[in-house]
Design a protein around this ligand. Sequence first.
Ligand SMILES: N=c1c2ncn([C@@H]3O[C@H](COP(=O)(O)OP(=O)(O)OP(=O)(O)O)[C@@H](O)[C@H]3O)c2ncn1[C@@H]1O[C@H](COP(=O)(O)O)[C@@H](O)[C@H]1O
Length: 112
Amino acid sequence: MSDTLKQLADVLDQRRHADPDSSYVASLHHKGLNKILEKVGEEATEAIIAAKDATNGGADERQALVAETADLWFHSLVMLSHLGIDSQAVLDELAGRFGISGLDEKAARDTQ
Ligand SMILES: N=c1c2ncn([C@@H]3O[C@H](COP(=O)(O)OP(=O)(O)OP(=O)(O)O)[C@@H](O)[C@H]3O)c2ncn1[C@@H]1O[C@H](COP(=O)(O)O)[C@@H](O)[C@H]1O
């Protein structure tokens, strides 16, 4: 899975300074951070609605949720690229959390 994310992140970095008229990614960078954040929020909302629809839905609704989650992940990667943050850092962050219960981590946070 992370090979796909890595490949996509590389393509996104390559498109950073491409022609906005021929690249959707370049057009997002050209419009700026606010537009990218607007898309992240929009795709998050669409993923939430798709998840609600998938609760009682069939294969089509489940596939729609997969597609909306892909849109959300894609636009989140564009956001990181725009800010010059290597998406590998997110994968490293998740890897660093392996074996640490979310409940234990939250309890430790509350005592700090
Ligand atoms: N994975 C994606 C990907 N996922 C979603 N999208 C685009 O994200 C947009 C989201 O759709 P919306 O309907 O929400 O957006 P919209 O209405 O077109 O845009 P707004 O007017 O709302 O801003 C669509 O244009 C999708 O095509 C993607 N565009 C590109 N990629 C990857 O990025 C690579 C580079 O793309 P380009 O920069 O376009 O060459 C591609 O080869 C793909 O690998």
